[in-house]
Ligand binder design. Structure first.
Ligand SMILES: Cc1cc2nc3c(=O)[nH]c(=O)nc-3n(C[C@H](O)[C@H](O)[C@H](O)COP(=O)(O)OP(=O)(O)OC[C@H]3O[C@@H](n4cnc5c(N)ncnc54)[C@H](O)[C@@H]3O)c2cc1C
Length: 380
C-alpha cells in the first residue's frame, strides 16, 4: 500500500511510526527544511501519551517530560479559586505530562527509526484518479498513492484544496506565548489567572516554563500588532495582578519575544474525500483551553494506523470509514469541551467575569475537564 503522509508534525510522525511498526514504508513529507528547537510547551493527557507505550518510547517521555501534579485557577487579583490535585483525576488513567513540542517531535522521530522524511517538501497538487491519488510535489516530480493522509495542521493546505475551508470558531482573542525560567513557580504546578478581559497562564516543562498571556484582539488592534503595543496593553490590563503577584510581574517583564497565537479552531464535518483523509488538527483543530489537541492528534493517528493494519490497497476506503466512525464523535466532543472552557476563560465583561468567579469558588475545576477524562475511558 502506497501511503503519503503530508506533514511531519505530531499526527504525521505518530502515524508514520505506527505504520513502520506494521512493516509499511509510508512517504512522509514535511514543509520545514529542518526540525529546529522552536515552538512551545505541550500538555499531554494519557489520551495521547498512551500511544507512546505501543511505540516503545514511553520511557523517553519520563526523561523529557514533567508530570503535572497540581492545576490552579486564580482570579484577576491573584486569589486562588481552585486548586486541583491532578491525581484525583488521573489516578485511573495515567499522569498528565508537560514537555516542549520539540522534545515530543524528537521522541516521535526516534520511534520512526530509519524511515526517511522528505524535508522542505510540499504537495503542490493532489488529484483523485479512481483508485489512486496523483500528487505533484514542489520540486515538480509526480507520484501516485493508494492513500494520502493530510497531517499538515490547523492551516492545512491539503484540507483547503480537497475539502474546503471548514467551520472556524473564533473566540476573538489572541494569546502571546514565550519561554521563561522555571524558578518563579512551583515546577509541578500549572497556574492560570482568569482575568476579566485578560488571561495569564504558566505551564512548566523541565527547566523552564511556557507563559501565555491573552487579550481580546481588538484591545491591541489586530493580532499582528507591534510587540511594544502588546507589551503596553498587557502591562495595563494585568496591573492589578502584577501589583499583587511578584512572580507574574517578573515573568511578564522578562518576556524575551512574544509569539502571537490567535484563539480559533477549525471543525470539519467529514474527514474523508475519496482516498484523501484528514488526521489531527487538519481535521479538527483545537482551542488550547483544555490542552487536548496534541493528545487527540496522536490518538487519532494511532487509530487510523490500526484500521489500516487490517487493509490492503483495495480496502483503504473501508479502513477510512471505520477510522472516521471510531474517532470523529469523541474528537468532536473534546473540541466542544475546549470551546466551552474557552467561553469561561476568555470573558470580556467584568460582570460576567464576577459571576464566573463566584461559580469557580463553588464548583470543582474537574467539572471543566471531567468530560475529557471520561472520554479516555471510551473505546477510541
Ligand atoms: C502555543 C501552542 C501551545 C499548545 N499547547 C498544547 C497543549 O498544551 N496540549 C495540546 O494537546 N496541544 C497543544 N497545542 C496544539 C497542538 O500543538 C496541536 O493540536 C498538535 O500539534 C496537532 O498536531 P498535528 O500533527 O495535527 O499538527 P502539527 O503538529 O501542527 O503538525 C503539522 C506539520 O505539518 C507541516 N506542514 C504544514 N503545511 C504543510 C504542507 N503544505 N506540506 C507539508 N508539511 C506541512 C508543519 O510544518 C508541521 O510540521 C498547542 C499549540 C500551540 C500553537
Amino acid at each position: 500500500m502506497r501511503v503519503l503522509i503530508v506533514g511531519g508534525g505530531i499526527a504525521g510522525l505518530t502515524l508514520a511510526a505506527k505504520l513502520r511498526q506494521q512493516g509499511r514504508a509510508p512517504v512522509v513529507i514535511e514543509k520545514a527544511a529542518e526540525y529546529r528547537d522552536v515552538g512551545y510547551g505541550i500538555g499531554l493527557y494519557p489520551l495521547g501519551s498512551c500511544v507512546l507505550h505501543g511505540l516503545g518510547v514511553y520511557g523517553r517521555l519520563l526523561e523529557c517530560g514533567l508530570e503535572v501534579k497540581r492545576y490552579e485557577i486564580a482570579d484577576h487579583s491573584g486569589e486562588v479559586l481552585q486548586s486541583l490535585d491532578m491525581s484525583d483525576l488521573t489516578n485511573e488513567i495515567g499522569p498528565m505530562w508537560m514537555l516542549s513540542r520539540s522534545a515530543l517531535i524528537d521522541i516521535l522521530r526516534e520511534a520512526c527509526g530509519d524511515l526517511p522524511i522528505r524535508m522542505g517538501t510540499t504537495a503542490s497538487r493532489i488529484q483523485q484518479k479512481g483508485e489512486t491519488v496523483g500528487v505533484r510535489f514542489n520540486d515538480g516530480t509526480e507520484e501516485e498513492f493508494d492513500l494520502v493522509v493530510s497531517c499538515d495542521g490547523i492551516h492545512s493546505l491539503t484540507r483547503q484544496e480537497v475539502f474546503g475551508p471548514g467551520e472556524k470558531f473564533d473566540s476573538g482573542w489572541t494569546c502571546w506565548t514565550w519561554w521563561g525560567g522555571g524558578e518563579l513557580f512551583d515546577p509541578e504546578l500549572v497556574r492560570e489567572y482568569w482575568g476579566r478581559g485578560w488571561f495569564f497562564g504558566g505551564y512548566p516543562v523541565p527547566d523552564r516554563r511556557m507563559y501565555c498571556a491573552g487579550l481580546p484582539t481588538t484591545t491591541v488592534g489586530d493580532r499582528h500588532a507591534a510587540e511594544d503595543v502588546v507589551r503596553d496593553a498587557l502591562a495595563t490590563h494585568l496591573s492589578e495582578l502584577t501589583g499583587n503577584d511578584a512572580a507574574v510581574a517578573e515573568a511578564l517583564a522578562g518576556a524575551p519575544e512574544l509569539f502571537a497565537w490567535p484563539m480559533y479552531d477549525v471543525r470539519m464535518e467529514h474527514w474523508i474525500e475519496g482516498r484523501v483523509v484528514l488526521c489531527g488538527d487538519s481535521g479538527m483543530a483545537f482551542l488550547p483551553t483544555a490542552g487536548v489537541g496534541a493528545s487527540n492528534a496522536m490518538r487519532s493517528a494511532a487509530a487510523l494506523a490500526d484500521e489500516l493494519s487490517r487493509a490492503d490497497a483495495q480496502l483503504v476506503p473501508l479502513a477510512l470509514e471505520l477510522y472516521e466512525k471510531r474517532c470523529y464523535k469523541l474528537v468532536k466532543a473534546n473540541q466542544q469541551d475546549s470551546r466551552t472552557a474557552g467561553r469561561m476563560m476568555f470573558l470580556n465583561s467584568p460582570a460576567l467575569g464576577w459571576g464566573r468567579d463566584q461559580l469557580l469558588k463553588h464548583m470543582s475545576a474537574s467539572s471543566f475537564i471531567g468530560n475529557i477524562i471520561k472520554s479516555m475511558k471510551e473505546p477510541f
